[in-house]
Design a protein. Structure first.
Length: 85
């Protein structure tokens, strides 16, 4: 797992280091003689910067959890509908 920050944060308020995933891949490659042998889950991805997400994906992230962003998008649409009607 990578991330582990849950909740609403402005981009840049959470310091993610996806380059570490690349370091872990290189270490595992040497030990296992496979290319990109590890897969990672990005927990707490809501509010993450696009460049950090891209770097995490390139280093083996195969699933990303963005529940907080999803909940806020749903609530925002519901609230707007309620206020308009």
């Amino acid at each position: 797992a990578f991330g582990n920050v849950h909740g609403v944060y402005k981009p840049g308020n959470v310091v993610l280091r996806p380059e570490l995933l690349g370091d872990f891949q290189k270490y595992a490659e040497k030990k296992l003689s496979n290319t990109m042998p590890l897969t990672f889950v990005f927990h707490g991805g809501s509010g993450s910067e696009k460049d950090k997400i891209a770097q995490a994906l390139s280093n083996g992230v195969v699933k990303m959890n963005v529940d907080t962003d999803t909940q806020w998008a749903y609530w925002s649409g519901l609230k707007e509908f309620y206020e308009d009607n």
